[in-house]
Design a protein around this ligand. Structure first.
Ligand SMILES: NC(=O)c1ccc[n+]([C@@H]2O[C@H](COP(=O)([O-])OP(=O)(O)OC[C@H]3O[C@@H](n4cnc5c(N)ncnc54)[C@H](OP(=O)(O)O)[C@@H]3O)[C@@H](O)[C@H]2O)c1
Length: 200
């Protein structure tokens, strides 16, 4: 059975996500949230830590997780290349990179896949408890339409930035189930939102 997965994304008010192969903003608190969530074996704790309200309505599956197991992050080849060498692979997580071109998978936590389905099926749920799709635009498009996409963790930045990469329009089957208070950093106001797929 295809494992459930979630999307993690930061967008501006126009669903902009990127510019010139990088992020249009620098928000340490958003990077910290991304890291805490994608490293955690207990996402509910992380959401509570960030004061994301109404979280009791979430049905994020709590899993019995053996010690020393890692979550998996799936990203497009361009997003992978946008991560500075010294920070990749993202530590403590299995990194799966999508590319149509052949690449040698370099180690057990740097794995190249050539289709989206291969990528999600390469991430078995027992060995790899939580599965996150972390961009960019091309990969979000495929993830969002997939029936196993359970949650979207969206940081919404209250600005209209100059972007050349965009998150797709969010389908109506995703409903907001949690939201943090507004945070401010580098003159940006932003909040963390959780949307759940009502069909799962
Ligand atoms: N704000 C955020 O939360 C966030 C998160 C992540 C990324 N970003 C931004 O998004 C931008 C990058 O997005 P992007 O859309 O340009 O690139 P991307 O999605 O990261 O990567 C695109 C690449 O993925 C591979 N790919 C795409 N579809 C595929 C498929 N169906 N099967 C196999 N491989 C496939 C191809 O690699 P090959 O060319 O090697 O075949 C393609 O060139 C950057 O600006 C980045 O900073 C923002």
């Amino acid at each position: 059975m295809t494992p459930l997965f979630s999307i993690v994304v930061a967008t501006d008010l126009n669903l902009g996500i990127g510019k010139d192969g990088g992020l249009p903003w620098r928000l340490k608190n958003d990077i910290r949230f991304f890291k805490d969530l994608t490293l955690s074996n207990n996402p509910i704790d992380v959401l509570n830590h960030y004061s994301i309200s109404d979280i009791q309505t979430l049905s994020i599956q709590q899993k019995q997780i053996p010690e020393n197991t890692e979550n998996t992050v799936i990203m497009g080849r361009k997003t992978w290349e946008s991560i500075p060498d010294k920070f990749r692979p993202l530590p403590g997580r299995r990194n799966i990179i999508l590319s149509r071109h052949p690449h040698q998978s370099l180690s057990s936590n740097i794995i190249f896949c050539s289709t989206f389905n291969e990528a999600i099926e390469t991430a078995p749920t027992d060995a790899s408890p939580y599965l996150y799709i972390i961009g960019g635009e091309a990969i979000y498009h495929m993830a969002m339409q997939h029936p196993s996409c359970a949650y979207i963790f969206q940081t919404v930045i209250n600005t209209k930035a100059d972007c050349d990469a965009f998150f797709p329009a969010i389908p109506e089957w995703f409903k907001e189930v949690g939201c943090s208070p507004v945070l401010t950093e580098n003159q940006f106001d932003f909040r963390f939102k959780v949307l759940a797929n009502q069909g799962i």
